[in-house]
Design a protein around this ligand. Sequence first.
Ligand SMILES: Cc1cc2nc3c(=O)[nH]c(=O)nc-3n(C[C@H](O)[C@H](O)[C@H](O)COP(=O)(O)OP(=O)(O)OC[C@H]3O[C@@H](n4cnc5c(N)ncnc54)[C@H](O)[C@@H]3O)c2cc1C
Length: 469
Amino acid sequence: MSTVANTIHEPGRELQIIEDVDVVVAGGGPAGFPAAIAAARRGCKVLLLERYGFLGGLATGGLMGPIFGYGSGKTLLLGGIPIEVLRELQAIDGAPRNVDNWFGVRFDPELLKHAADRMVTKAGVQLLLHAWVVAVVRKNDRIDAVVIESKSGRQAVRTKMVIDATGDGDVAVFCGCEYTKGRVADGKTQSMGTKFRIGGVDMKNVMAHHAEERQNVNRAIDEGRIPAYHAFFGEVSEQGVTLRDTEITPTATRCPGDGTNAYDLTRAELKARRDTLDMVEYYRQNVRGYENCYLIDTPAVIGVRETRQILGLETVTGADVLANRKREDSIARGCWFIDIHCPLGRHCSKTNLCDKNCKITPDCHMKTKHRDQLYDTLCQSGFNTDNPGWYDVPYGSLIPRTVDNLLVSGRCISADPGGMASVRVIATCFALGEAAGAAAALCLQKKRSPRELPVQALQQDLRAAGVPL
Ligand SMILES: Cc1cc2nc3c(=O)[nH]c(=O)nc-3n(C[C@H](O)[C@H](O)[C@H](O)COP(=O)(O)OP(=O)(O)OC[C@H]3O[C@@H](n4cnc5c(N)ncnc54)[C@H](O)[C@@H]3O)c2cc1C
């Protein structure tokens, strides 16, 4: 599409400054609301801006579950706000009272909205929902104000510090920060996708026949009769995805495209919904235990796994994940494996992970960067193993190279494709958010920019708040 011939000049205008705060957090997802809480608890006046009408980002709006990244088996690797979120969920029956496997913690995405509301309110965070951050006003190397659009019009918020937790690094991009996007070979990002909820599942019947049915469904996938990328069955008992034993939330759709392109997002929304109905219908007609199943809902938004990684002072790499790299400048722990979903959105029944011998997508991330090594390690440390290893996330991966009062948090931090494929899970994002919020507050207290803040001071502060480092 031509962008040169079809342009129009938008005249500049005066904007009303509706707030003057210490910290703006842009985006209320798993990496955003903990950041707001952490900064507010340290005495900052914090405004949390979220474009949707609820907090939790993809964890709630995307019907996610379980929460990955807390640890593995009996080993819990996180503390601080990530654990407080879990306790808040448990208090309202949004998660099991006893967690016996930290690999994946079941939760109710609807109740996570409530837990997040409670936590930000209690911490004294000011919340503005239905507000898109659309631009920044800069003064030299600093952000002076962020510009928002909402039903109230175009307005500005003056701020001393900004945390970009938009998932896509929107604020950093408005500032002109450099970023990478997708795999090295061609810039393609992991496929988008959704979870969806199916009710009326007879789980006993499912589990009684699942080995045989799995073969049938896999055959249907390989023959193109069902648009799933893997067969789903008794996730309740196998992986513990939902809290209710007649309900499952499969992750089975895949949609290629760029999650920062509205046309691709539109195509993905339509494809995911169409594929969902086809899958539910196939299961109802063909799979034992699903005879009376029904679609409860599809998520509010398509799930975007990977878009921009803002280039920071340090970068989390796939090699760090594989080596469980420990660092002096750690501000959070990551423990999820390198979880890459085919950028071409292809389906393959063999596994939902990339297959070493896959002939379908020979140009995937893993192929472009020591794929064999990645694959072998992945198999050793992948699903269903009790691998208590972790890698450290360096403070510098939250600090963009060029702006003096900006931190990034969540899936858009500085990471290569392998690193981002691990840090992107929910509990890791909670932990990154807490670190970003604490860093912003310390920067203001000590009158330092994020790059000038000694990491030891941040670590000491986080440890005092219960974060194991
Ligand atoms: C299909 C799929 C399945 C997944 N399954 C799991 C799983 O089972 N377990 C797990 O742990 N992880 C899972 N993940 C990963 C996980 O959900 C996300 O990576 C995680 O939510 C990222 O958190 P975040 O806060 O960085 O970004 P997001 O969750 O994307 O949150 C970003 C927030 O910022 C808001 N926002 C964005 N732009 C703006 C703007 N300009 N102005 C204002 N607000 C803005 C958004 O509305 C959103 O609330 C899955 C992801 C996908 C796509």
